[in-house]
Design a protein around this ligand. Structure first.
Ligand code: XLS
Ligand code: NI
Ligand code: NI
Length: 439
């Protein structure tokens, strides 16, 4: 069997005191936390595009890391990417992966040729999935890279482009079903606009919904029982992306009756680009019953773009896992590392360090979130804060028993609101620190 990552050993759990760079310090996959193993809680996935395809190119320079895996012929390169992907998942104990159609196979001269390339590679992927016991978390179609998508895909002004995108989505759904994927993602690649001077926003949004409806109909007809996801992002590549944030997407889904089939795939870096915290986006999804899956990464608040860094901020991973636990855990979703190593971290070893860092940050976050919940002070404080809605006028408001007239009569009788209680933010922040850092 070919081995590409010769500098990466099989990574084992060694505990928090370990200084071995190739060991997990917190991710102990079989350890049970709150009734489930860490592996079941986290459902880590490898992102095929960053890990097997991303070479570190940026606006100012070419790639620094070669991902042709020793081959020159295009199909041979993509076959080696498959072997490399499974080798890495095996060495890192990552059970799932995610891909775009164009990550796994090269485009041919025609769509028919491209689809044939896909079929050939999917045969190999299927074989290795069985051999290594790995699963597909979700599939998607890359409808943003090729120049044909310069004006968008489903939201393009060009009907031929819409048709081409639809064909891509059809094939990507078929592959997802064939490989047993439980999720299918729509990230609105170039579904947005640069200027309203040339944009029919109404038609573009209707068309975006049309493609999604067609995808649901077709997906269900070929046996896709999982979740469709929209992955919100406010900007980049377009100035204004239609799937701005969870709340915006919710409005869209409800308007077009897509909310039964779609949930959210929430990416940390996209949340901060939208001016929200990651936890805010997770909470909005949870409260609205559309929490689905997570693209685990982190951005840089000093930079205004999607830096897609591997997540190492334990405050963030803790509050993320707090929301995941409160949502009842993942059903079809998981934690996909939509993250890439920095351009200067160019050798294969860096990939191992990056995934280990990310997996440990979430494993630690899971343990700490469980502690915060078991400690109970945060939840008890919040419950107590709203106690006025449990009895008296508050209970009547919640039960829908009172009219504006009734409330006016009540307020007139009150005269004024003279008592309020402190929100104790600083105390609560200190509680979190005292649970997280026990010195
Ligand atoms: C880009 C997105 C993309 C999606 C999948 O910003 O995060 O990678 O996750 O199309
Ligand atoms: Ni993403
Ligand atoms: Ni992103």
């Amino acid at each position: 069997m070919k081995e590409f990552f010769t500098s990466i050993p099989k990574v084992q759990y060694e505990g928090a005191a370990s200084t071995n760079p190739f060991a997990f310090k917190h991710y102990n996959k079989d350890e049970v936390i709150a009734g489930k193993t860490m592996a079941e809680h986290t459902k880590f996935a490898l992102s095929y595009w960053h890990t097997l395809c991303g070479e570190g190119a940026d606006m100012f320079g070419v790639g620094t890391s070669n991902k042709s895996f020793g081959e020159t012929d295009s199909m041979a390169i993509y076959k080696n990417k498959v072997y490399a992907a499974f080798e890495l998942m095996d060495k890192l104990s990552i059970d799932y992966f995610c891909f775009h159609d164009r990550d796994i196979a090269p485009e041919g001269k025609t769509l028919a040729e491209t689809n044939a390339n896909l079929d050939e590679i999917v045969d190999l992927i299927e074989e290795l999935m069985k051999k290594y016991n790995k699963k597909l978390l979700w599939g998607t179609a890359n409808c943003f890279n090729n120049p044909r998508y310069m004006h968008g895909a489903a939201t393009s002004c060009n009907a031929d482009t819409f048709a081409y995108a639809a064909a891509q989505v059809k094939k990507a759904l078929e592959i997802t079903v064939r490989l047993g994927g439980k999720g299918y993602v729509f990230w609105g690649g170039r579904e947005g606009y640069e200027t309203l001077l040339n944009t029919n926003m109404g038609l573009e949004l209707d068309n975006m919904a049309r493609l999604m409806k067609l995808a649901v109909e077709y997906g269900r007809s070929i046996g896709f029982t999982g979740d469709f996801y929209i992955e919100p992002k406010p900007k980049e590549p377009t100035k204004h992306q239609y799937d701005f944030d969870v709340a915006t997407v919710l409005g869209f889904l409800r308007k077009y009756g897509l909310d039964k089939d779609f949930k959210m795939n929430i990416e940390a870096n996209h949340a901060t680009l939208a001016g929200h915290t990651f936890q805010h986006e997770l909470r909005v999804a949870r409260e609205n019953g559309v929490f689905g899956s997570i693209d685990a990464n982190q951005g840089d608040l000093l930079l205004g773009w999607d830096t897609d860094q591997f997540p190492t901020n334990v405050y963030e991973t803790t509050m993320c896992m707090y929301e995941v636990l409160k949502a009842g855990g993942f059903v079809n979703g998981g934690l996909n590392f939509d993250a890439k190593v920095r351009r200067g971290s160019f050798d294969y070893t860096d990939l191992a360090h990056a995934y280990i860092a990310g997996m440990d940050a979430f494993a630690l976050g899971l343990k700490l979130a469980d502690k915060i919940i078991k400690d109970g002070r945060i939840d008890a404080f919040t419950k107590e804060r709203y106690k006025s809605f449990e009895t008296g006028i508050g209970a009547d408001i919640v039960a829908g028993k009172v009219s504006l007239k009734d409330l006016e009569a009540y307020a007139l009788n009150l005269g004024d609101v003279t008592t309020n209680e402190s929100s104790r933010q600083e105390y609560l922040e200190a509680v979190i620190n005292s649970i997280m850092f026990q010195g």
